[in-house]
Design a protein around this ligand. Sequence first.
Ligand code: NAD
Length: 462
Amino acid sequence: MTATNLPLTQAIQQQKAFFATGQTRDVGYRKEMLQRLANAIVQEQDSINQALAADFHKPAFETYATETAIVLSEIKFVLKYLDKWAKPRKVKSSFLNFPSKDYIYSEPYGVSLVIGAWNYPFQLTLSPLIGSMAAGGCTILKPSELTSATSQLITELIEKHFPPEYITVAQGGPEVSQELLELPFDKIFFTGSTAVGKLVTQAAARQLIPVTLELGGKSPCLVDETANLQVAAQRIVWGKFLNAGQTCVAPDYVLVQESVKDQLLGQLQKTILQFYTDTPQQSPDYARIINNRHFERLQKLIQQSTIYFGGQTDAQQRYIAPTLLTDVTWEQPVMQEEIFGPLLPVLTFKTLPEALHQINQREKPLALYFFSKNTAAHEMVLAQTSSGGACINDTLSHLANPHLPFGGVGTSGQGNYHGKASFEAFSHQKSVLKKPFWPEVNLRYPPYQDKVHWMKKAFDWL
Ligand code: NAD
């Protein structure tokens, strides 16, 4: 059922019928609706903060910086460029087709399904929606069931401001996702775990529906001995403990050059104290773990590791202190899965090629971070590793630039979004060739006789 109590099969039919009217393809309509979404978000800012605080004690500053501001700036960016993106783009013509004019038309796929994850529940549901709206399509949103207050808020916001034949919300867990995945969508955009991403891909393949997969993985953070360790520690601690480590692109683990390991650990500890004090549980700036299952999973990982700093937990509040782990080996449980919590294992390497070898033996990560003053080493790391995105001397920030497409590679995802990439994720690029009736060049028509000679000459010319 959707929020308006419509069975899902009817909801998609209603959207297909509305899409067929052509109204959503009108660029003026798209822009009006995007502006309406922006206005609604601005109006609901306080309720958004409250919903995220209720779901997992998310600090209001983080809600603004990592949820609403990102969505609002994405809308602003799209509104600035949409006229340009939506226009047919003229490309060079081939001499073989003379005379012709050739274009790429962006046409909306149609009715899209957006399945969201819980860790940035507002942004991860609404950012893909912006892409679908910009492309000129209709959308059914399925936010995460784990952040019930935010999912309810998204539902109310959408129902209040948009007709259900254009955008609607289906709340619920895996069973609702699975029901939706049986429907004839024109596009599926999924954010979540690699394991569920595979199930989504299988379901989409049965109907040959195009998919974008925004998945996870273990994103490494390399620090060599030339790095400014104080600055590196600040940027790593920020990227790791924001949202209590429940960020898809959080540095999962640190690989530090052996010669500066102790210094870096000292700086990391100092920074944690600076950011969250010696009682992070009292800090208004530190989030909680989303549910008991994840809390217990993380607690077990701590118990199986050597704690350098932190390690305190409180089950009642689902609180886990910012924690640094040392003496970590690749075989330990904490290195076998995406951590997705505030535990930072610190491993060491002697030489950069050895560190890259360790990284390349594992699945391709969603992000890779490298702290170093050595610019030649920057290029070496970028050339010799594969990851969805990367930052040199920073963490996370690449995802906040709408000029940079965001996405994974291999098991960390397929396809991109943000900025123009979001528009493209929901658009088919249609190749169009236009010919006048005159002149008519007969070279390609039978009887071929000695035309092969002229055809060869034409190809030689290209
Ligand atoms: P998840 O895969 O458990 O759930 C994601 C969505 O899929 C939810 O809406 C859920 O209801 C649905 N779902 C769950 N099981 C399903 C099933 N069996 N069949 C169909 N649908 C199902 O992921 P999560 O716990 O919400 O999010 C955490 C994961 O998402 C992490 O791996 C993280 O790295 C990744 N993530 C990736 C990005 C990105 O942009 N690449 C962003 C955020 C999170």
